[in-house]
Design a protein around this ligand. Sequence first.
Ligand code: SAH
Length: 348
Amino acid sequence: MSELTDIKSLEYERLQDFVVNVLGEKSFRVGQIFSWLHQKKAASFDDMTNLSKDLREKLKSQAALTTLAIEDLQTSKIDGTKKYLFRLPDGNFIESVLMTYKAGTSVCVSTQVGCAMGCSFCASTIGGKVRSLTTAEILEQVYAIERDTGERVSHCVLMGIGEPLDNYDNVVSFIRLISDPRGQDMSERNITLSTSGLVPKIYALADEGLAITLALSLHAPDQGKREAIMPVAKTYEIHDCIAACKYYFEKTGRRVSFEYALIADVNDRDEDAAELTELLRGFPCHVNLIPVNPVTETGYKRPPREACVAFQKKLEKNGINVTIRRELGRDIDGSCGQLRRKKLKGTD
Ligand code: SAH
């Protein structure tokens, strides 16, 4: 038997091709099926009640409908943030986080099972990369959470487990699908993609014509320090990353965010703030300081609150637009990757 088509991963035109040319159906069916998949978030073909029984059977025999199972769910008593551990169809685990803000609700999605980048402070990379997620598996994190809470998700950050630009095609399809007005219709402006700095892929993304926000995980003010904590920096140097971000801004008009995890005695000194100022001088951007989340395996510590504020003030004084990230879900395994780690350790 031929392989089933992963129907939720298909962008509109490809779905059209599948429904009309492979299934031999009339083209008005395309809109109906797309709406069941991406607007009504159907969990099975049998839910698609305005399709004939014959067509539903045909779909079942030729297409697969990816859904994710909630393996574990933790809700923060402090701020209501919800952390989901999902089981994928092949038994792997990923995490997603639902955060509620005044402006709406945001889901932090994973893009891979594990990660190949090897950043020394990050829980997601311990154990390496298992595989990339399909487009449907990335979408389903948002859809499954909507089914669970009954609330519409308005924002999305690609900041969960994995390196989004190491799964480029599926991630770009995900962005096109979730922002499709015939489906979820999420504004591209409400989507942020974070990368550890895969330079050629940043240039490619800039040329896609998407109005999403790019975030670069900088974490150090110079090449030597960055290399020491982010192995990927050996391949793509800091100045090449900044040049790619400038190109992104020129092409899209979207301000780039720089993420900077503050780690005590590693990158939090006065000289670091001064060097960072030099690096970003004249570039309209935003710096997001993240007091590092302690991960059992890394041994890194966050600087005291006053030191973080002092670092922020130093940058501000130099005209840099900078905030300290508000921490959500502190009581439920802080940063991404930790819930999956626990699960894996427990089942080892
Ligand atoms: N691979 C992408 C997407 C991950 S986004 C990237 O590197 O950008 C998650 C963000 O959280 C990244 O900026 C990552 O560097 C940061 N991060 C990872 N572990 C962290 C920790 N323990 N404390 C604070 N930030 C962390």
